[in-house]
Design a protein around this ligand. Structure first.
Ligand SMILES: C[S@@+](CC[C@H](N)C(=O)[O-])C[C@H]1O[C@@H](n2cnc3c(N)ncnc32)[C@H](O)[C@@H]1O
Length: 232
């Protein structure tokens, strides 16, 4: 757990979903315009849906940083009713405490009367680190506890959710060595999506070999970025 986690506070974003302030970095985990709205727009609609279009039997997703578990929960829910097996690897250096996760309103807001979703969300937070666990029948989750700059990856991923704190808070995570690492972790034809659309970041993506697409951003942001590793 983060040393500063005791100072972190849950707050309500504009769509009614919770987010958390990260006192260590002076930013929040999601957009104040709506945590669920942002996650659905950037990661689910721009990343996951296109990947599921051809009804693949298996998909492999890398998430940089696990945080509140919102992206993982949305991905679990979206793939639960389909015949697809998911491998989901989530990186996190400063896990939030389980008691904070218990107070987040995501399962209630996205699951409506589905109480099983609440159990899955808690299991995501309570499960051990660095061990692959099967949730439901289709979702193989491995949370890796460590610093992205030090971790190594097998080049197995179809999709990366790049959800680091903003470049203003953590410039090193948006620089060439990390983007090269993300490029190498993708299979040919793989895609990385992120909320960031800064010019310097997009130039870095191009310099390591990505094809860069601009997409409309979630509320409060004009654009987001989709980066493609060509060659499938
Ligand atoms: C924007 S938040 C992620 C939000 C998350 N995807 C969610 O759905 O709630 C960024 C996350 O990256 C983590 N983080 C920051 N620096 C890191 C590093 N060097 N390596 C791994 N994780 C890091 C933070 O602790 C935080 O949980």
């Amino acid at each position: 757990m983060s040393d500063d986690a005791a100072n972190d506070e849950i707050f309500v974003t504009q769509d009614g979903s919770h987010s958390i302030t990260a006192s260590r970095f002076g930013v929040s985990y999601h957009s104040k315009y709506g945590a669920i709205t942002e996650s659905r727009h950037v990661f689910i609609q721009a990343g996951l849906y296109p990947l599921l279009l051809n009804a693949p039997e298996k998909i492999s997703i890398l998430e940089m940083g696990f945080g509140t578990g919102l992206n993982a929960l949305l991905t679990y829910q979206e793939t639960a009713g389909r015949s697809v097996e998911v491998y989901y690897e989530a990186i996190e250096e400063f896990p939030i405490p389980v008691h904070a996760a218990q107070n987040l309103n995501y399962p209630r807001l996205i699951g409506e009367k589905d109480t099983a979703l609440n159990a899955v969300f808690l299991q995501m937070h309570e499960m051990p680190w660095d061990k692959e666990i099967v949730l439901g029948l289709h979702f193989n989750l491995q949370k890796r506890w460590g610093n992205l700059e030090q971790l190594q990856f097998t080049p197995r991923f179809d999709l990366i959710y790049f959800d680091a704190f903003a470049p203003s808070a953590q410039p090193e995570l948006w620089a060439t060595p990390i983007m090269q690492k993300m490029f190498d972790a993708l299979k040919p034809g793989g895609v990385m999506v992120t909320y960031c659309a800064k010019g310097e970041f997009k130039r870095t993506l191009k310099s390591v070999g990505f094809l860069v697409e601009r997409l409309p951003g979630p509320p409060g942001k004009r654009e987001m970025t989709k980066a493609i590793k060509e060659g499938a």
